[in-house]
Design a binder for this molecule. Sequence first.
Ligand code: NAD
Length: 503
Amino acid sequence: MTDPLDNDLHLGVIGAGAMGQGIVQVAAAGGISVSLLDARDGAADAGLATVAKRFDRLVEKDRMTAPEAAAAKARAGPVAGLPDLAGCDVIIEAVFENLELKQGIFRDLEGIVRGDCILASNTSSLLIASIARDCADKSRIAGMHFFNPVPLMKLVEIVQSADTSGETVTFLTALALRMTRTPVTVRDAPGFLVNHGGRAYTTEAMRILHERVATPAQIDAVMRDCGHFRMGPLELADLTGMDVNYPVSLFVYNGYDQDPRLKTAFPHRALLEAGRLGRKTGHGNYRYDDSGGKSDDDGGSTAFASPPTNAICLIEPDAALIEFATGLGCEILASDDGACPLVAAPLGEDATSFAVRTGCDAGRLVCVDIHCDSSKRVTVMSPPGILTDRRDAVGALIAAGGRAVTVINDSPGFICQRIRAMVANLGCEMAQIGIAEPEQIDLAMRLGLNYPLGPLELAEHIGLAETVAILTRMQAVTGDDRYRPSLWLKRRAALKLPVYTPG
Ligand code: NAD
């Protein structure tokens, strides 16, 4: 096996499409000689021309010197067929996502390359073990899953099947670093790491839509303002497109034998079947105008015509609720006067269960989500049958203080508690089943999906006991095993250990 840092290292890339071009670019920029092969006539030359133009742009933007760009361009060249890759030290395959096609290429390569040549596939969904199924030496075969667009996305998943050797993983990790990527070793399993871990954010939002808890604009505004995600889950789904994210959801769900935690909900399929794919068709969860703006996004905030209440009574107040209520500036009654709004801050419970458990008057119960960031926006919900004047009087009071208010229908965990707990739980489950080391799961999710925190960090941020409480109560309210806490999370919460504790 050649040293991946060797000056003479030679890489073969098969497939000159979007991914192959990106791989050639980062490899050539990293000082690696590359041979590019594509089955389509002229495709390799066209791909290399595109890469050359990108190097020119980098020179224009002062991100590369002209001699560096010239040297990088000179390192990459086209080849006509698989036999031309015989001298390569490592080959990365990036052809169409088709199992038989990839199996055939790997089988053929075995008869062409040296015995110590490392073979990697950029597949995003096929198991490496199935691609390598018919190969004699599976130990040198691994996944090297780059993300699109390759030059901008630093993350690379190095996928290790049961047969992939440690040496192969070490080699590809060093190669990725040489390409200035951030490699993470992941287990060969459905969706690998990022495409698995990314399910919870969108699928729980689809579930919330399905239950008519809130509108897309409300869900997205809450997740941005209260959960600090850069994009809401439904605007994100519109960006990737239902034709991409629905099949991936289904694939991961089926790949894990239909674990209810991974299930999406009917609105997702309904959008796909209606051709409302998202931005690419001008209509998904939102309608898009010609300039790409969302023409029907009302901001997700509720306006109130009624005056603010001048008195409230708190139910099950703790320090956080007392601080929140004090900040509202109205009178806080020591006991229920039988008429004022009753304000509570349930964790994981819906307003109905909270009212029944505490025995308070459900018709006046106004629940606020202060367990996520409520400094810009407060989510408000009440049980069915709420006296809307009491709810709106509380909403008007919060809004008078300069914060946005989002009034939703009753839901265990509001919006933000619910989605964050699902993201955190799935991250913990990935640690439990050994998809990657816990810290690597967080790193990959932050880099691959731009999450503000990795899922395990998020569990730590919410509090492990609180995350378990949210999930357990959601499970109790809905009767749905979708919300069952991961054993990884449950054990560390029970023992009061950090979420990263191995074992
Ligand atoms: P693409 O359609 O842009 O390019 C595929 C290229 O492979 C085409 O140029 C095609 O002519 C070539 N090809 C097909 N059969 C070939 C063969 N037998 N020999 C040589 N070349 C052949 O596809 P892409 O988007 O670059 O994706 C390539 C791989 O990367 C797929 O496995 C995909 O799942 C994976 N991937 C894609 C993305 C993405 O966002 N596009 C992200 C991560 C991984």
